[in-house]
Design a protein. Sequence first.
Length: 290
Amino acid sequence: MQLISDPAEMRQWSRTQRAAGHTIGLVPTMGFLHEGHLRLIDNARTKADLVVVSVFVNPTQFGPGEDYSTYPRDLERDRELIRDRGGQCVFAPETADMYGSDPVVMVRAGRLADHLCGPHRAGHFDGVLTIVAKLFNVVEPDVAVFGRKDAQQARIIARMVEDLDFPTEVAVAPTVRERDLVAMSSRNTYLTPDERTAARAIPRSLAQAHSLFLEGKTDSASLTASIRSVLGEEPLVDIEYVEAVDPDSLSPVTTADSDTIVALAVRLGKARLIDNIILGAGVEADEVVG
Ligand code: AMP
């Protein structure tokens, strides 16, 4: 397996592979990999001959006061996990390799960042789009795989590809959950044992909204209120937002249907955690490890 840090070398590797007739799948990550990331590699392997996993904690998607400096990092471990899962190349650039000294131009998410995480993380999705655009230009993948755990991110990236004519297919893979249905996240490492137990309220609240929907409740206000009430039973959980949005426009809907995305963000100790379901599918439709 290749480990590459230089963008020019990365592009050369990809071009050589493509010239030899291979297709390339890209799995962008910020590292500290867990099973959720590894299943994106599995997914990419079904869609492309060779899989490149990028490991880069992208400074432009963190706001002031967010966890950029404390974000967990362990490239050696990541590299072994990627190799064992069948990836052919790890692209792990330094910040200076990707951004140089004075980057000015960025990709903007526009109104797709008006709801959900956008208002709470000013500039976050512009940072995400900018790094993903750069990774696409460096790796030149045929397909890139993202997780539905970050549903807003996946949608915004798909829209960037559509609006800016990137020649890359965007695939979205299901959320991967721990046995107790808490969504896997590198940020779960911030949780104390009590906070980790309290986090179970997150999938429980989403499962309740799904049940209410199946019983015929479709007004978004009642569905999000039921989520708030389940989360409210956990004193350690501090709600940032709960919203029901259209899967394409990411705008709030007043009447939900089975395609509606119900998404939330909470603060739990040092961690900010997000989760979501497709309302008609529920938590049960996601993947559970173990
Ligand atoms: P991150 O390293 O957190 O930036 O995530 C890199 C990719 O992994 C993104 O496409 C995420 O959506 C995806 N991902 C992270 N956690 C999960 C999960 N629990 N299930 C599925 N995909 C995930």
